[in-house]
Design a protein around this ligand. Structure first.
Ligand code: CU
Length: 177
C-alpha cells in the first residue's frame, strides 16, 4: 500500500491535527483519492447489500486564521459483512482527505493520506482525534454549534448523508450501538 502525501507533523501538533495549527505545508500536500482507490480491487459481491449506520459525526471549529479543520465519525454495518468508505464530501469544502498517522524512521508521528477504508461486521470504522480523521480544506469558518452537511460514499451501499456537528469536545464513544 503506497502512502501518498506524507506530511511531517510536529509532535506538539499531533493531538491537534487540524484542530489548532496544521503545518503550513499541510494544506499544500494534497493528492486525489482516486490515485489511492485505483490500487484496491473491488469488494466481492457476497449477495448481501450492506447498510452503513454512521454516528458521532462531528467537526472541530476552525482554528483562528486557518481554513483547515478535522472531522470525525463512527461507521458501523447494521446489515451485511463488508463495505468500503471510498470518499467523503462536505458541503462548501474545497477538498476532503482521509488521513491517518504513522511513526517515521526518526520516531516522529506523521500524518498522511490513507486509502479507502473497509468497514466490516467485525467492528466499527472509527475516525477520532489522534487516529483516522477527515481533513477538511477550504470550508468557510465554522464555530461551535454550527452544523455542516456532508456525504460519506461507500463502495457498495453508496452515499450516506451525514451532518457534522461543530463542537470543541468529542461526543461520547458510540462503539456499542
Ligand atoms: Cu490530517
Amino acid at each position: 500500500m503506497r502512502v501518498t502525501g506524507l506530511i511531517s507533523l510536529l509532535a506538539l501538533g499531533l493531538t491537534a491535527c487540524g484542530g489548532e495549527a496544521p503545518e503550513a505545508d499541510h494544506a499544500m500536500a494534497g493528492h486525489g483519492h482516486s490515485e489511492a482507490s485505483a490500487e484496491l480491487a473491488p469488494l466481492p459481491d457476497d449477495g448481501v447489500m450492506p447498510v452503513v449506520d454512521v454516528r458521532a459525526v462531528w467537526m472541530r471549529p476552525h482554528p483562528g486564521g486557518r481554513d483547515v479543520t478535522a472531522a470525525y465519525f463512527t461507521a458501523r454495518l447494521s446489515e451485511g459483512a463488508i463495505d468500503r468508505l471510498v470518499e467523503a464530501r462536505i458541503a462548501g469544502a474545497g477538498r476532503v482527505e482521509m488521513h491517518g498517522h504513522s511513526m517515521n524512521d526518526e520516531g516522529m508521528m506523521q500524518m498522511h493520506q490513507i486509502p479507502p477504508q473497509d468497514v466490516t461486521d467485525a467492528g466499527p470504522l472509527v475516525f477520532t482525534p489522534g487516529g483516522r480523521h477527515l481533513m477538511v480544506f477550504g470550508l468557510d469558518t465554522v464555530v461551535e454549534g454550527d452544523a455542516v452537511e456532508g456525504v460519506l460514499v461507500f463502495e457498495r451501499s453508496g452515499e450516506v448523508p451525514v451532518t457534522f456537528q461543530v463542537r470543541n469536545m468529542a461526543p461520547g464513544q458510540v462503539t456499542d450501538y
